[in-house]
Design a binder for this molecule. Structure first.
Ligand code: ATP
Ligand code: MG
Length: 420
């Protein structure tokens, strides 16, 4: 069976072969082409050692030659070429203490995590698939290569990778692989929080973010978030299933994930959440967004346009949007935090959100139809007074958006000046 690989990739493989070596595309890219997707990058595996790879190609970067990886620059693009290797003596269930090069593609495939990721291909030799990864792709199954118990015990990150691939590919985790995850779950405590965060992020932004429920179903949650109460899975199943309808941005997905946790840990206080979040080493902007959402997610919404406009101005449009999404999701799944008439209040808040998006009212002083220089031209002295007048004008316009016209604002400014 032949697979479609780009001509440049085929040329790289041929270059290896002309120098007396073998080379294959391997891992995620082969899985993706079998599934009919276009891979983002092409990884190459070869029996050439890093030194040989550097000799064969004019332009290479030493990305990790100790572990066998050299980046090859070919026709303007970068490819990772890795020498066939076997790994051993895993330290702290995290990384191999020993990496040995091997001359057999089959040994190299054997050290890979899941059958669907352990397929190699080149045009001359076709598909090399000793663990029937292609069959598992057909069956939409994530199955460990070899003994799952050993594989998760060697490297506990694979536990989260299994859930991540099942979310990204919409595959189910095979029964024995799942059991081994449950058995080895505690080993996650050896994995760095950054790597945990990276995998959880990928699950949350995938097409099946609801797979984050596996953290609870497979008993992993308490090892990742030891400060939180263990939550009864049945109470959150419905709400997490709705995550896929949320805005796809990572910050929205993370914020909703934590809002659900907050809902079940209301007594815990935001500072514990803050600690928990900072340990995950999320990008600063995501961290702040989540905290802003958590601070206001349970805010009381009333039929009071001014108060809602004020809230939008204080917390920002995106945070407000995210909060409404979360509250609608809570409503749909009938969580106990939902009050009577919540739907009507949310619909009302949504109408204000639309007004905010259409620019009906200013979200900050910069959106006023007047600026500091207009006030100066009109005879108000430069300095602190300008700032104070602009603040008052802004407040007045949030109360009554109809006032946001230059003439009206100038006359209002004059009145304010007179009043001092
Ligand atoms: P993606 O599309 O997310 O890049 P991928 O399958 O290419 O998916 P990578 O993390 O880029 O995943 O890893 C490339 C390949 O290296 C995998 O397909 C797998 O064969 C192997 N691999 C990566 N991490 C591990 C691991 N922790 N244990 C065993 N094999 C691994
Ligand atoms: Mg990859």
């Amino acid at each position: 069976m032949s697979l479609k690989i780009p001509d440049e990739v085929d040329s790289i493989i041929k270059k290896f072969e002309q120098s007396g070596f073998e080379a294959f595309v391997v891992g995620g890219c082969v899985r993706d082409i079998i599934m009919g997707k276009t891979p983002e990058d092409w990884d190459i595996t070869t029996n050439a050692t890093p030194d040989k790879i550097k000799e064969i190609f004019e332009c290479t970067l030493d990305t990790g030659s100790k572990y066998g990886t050299v980046t090859v620059k070919y026709k303007g693009k970068y490819y990772e070429a890795t020498t066939y290797r076997v790994e051993d003596d895993y330290i702290n269930h995290r990384f191999p203490g020993r990496v040995d090069f091997t001359s057999s593609i089959r040994y190299d495939l054997k050290r890979r995590d899941f059958t669907v990721n352990a397929i190699a291909y080149n045009r001359r030799r076709g598909i090399i698939d000793p663990f029937n990864g292609a069959g598992d792709i057909q069956k939409k199954t994530i199955m460990a290569v070899g003994c799952p118990d050993e594989r998760f015990s060697e490297d506990a990150l694979r536990i989260l990778r299994a859930i991540r691939f099942s979310a990204q590919l919409d595959f189910e985790i095979e029964k024995y692989t799942k059991e081994a995850i449950k058995k080895n779950g505690v080993l996650i405590i050896n994995i760095s929080k950054e790597r945990i965060q990276a995998e959880l992020s990928k699950i949350l932004v995938s097409k099946n973010p609801g797979k984050i429920l596996d953290l609870f179903d497979l008993g992993l949650f308490i090892y990742i978030f030891p400060d939180m109460n263990d939550i009864s899975i049945e109470s959150i199943r419905d709400i997490f299933k709705q995550l896929k309808y949320f805005n796809e941005k990572a910050q929205f997905r993370w914020a909703s994930f934590f809002a659900v946790l907050l809902c079940f840990n209301r007594s815990m206080g935001l500072d514990t959440f803050q600690k928990c979040l900072s340990r995950l080493k999320l990008p600063g902007i995501t961290f702040r967004f989540i905290m802003d959402v958590l601070k206001s997610v349970f805010v009381e919404i009333k039929y009071d346009p001014y108060r809602i406009r004020k809230l939008v101005c204080t917390i920002g449009l995106n945070v407000f949007k995210c909060i409404l999404e979360i509250r609608y999701a809570f409503l749909k799944s009938g969580l106990p935090v939902v009050k009577d008439d919540e739907k009507a209040f949310l619909d009302f808040a949504c109408s204000i959100l639309l007004q905010a998006e259409n620019g009906y009212f200013p979200k900050s002083i910069n959106d006023l139809e007047i600026s500091g220089s207009d006030l100066i031209k009109d005879g108000i002295k430069e300095g602190r007074e300008i700032g104070s007048i602009l603040n008052h004008l802004f407040e007045a316009v949030v109360k009554n958006p109809e006032l946001n016209e230059k003439e009206k604002l100038l006359s209002l400014a004059k009145q304010m000046k007179r009043k001092g």
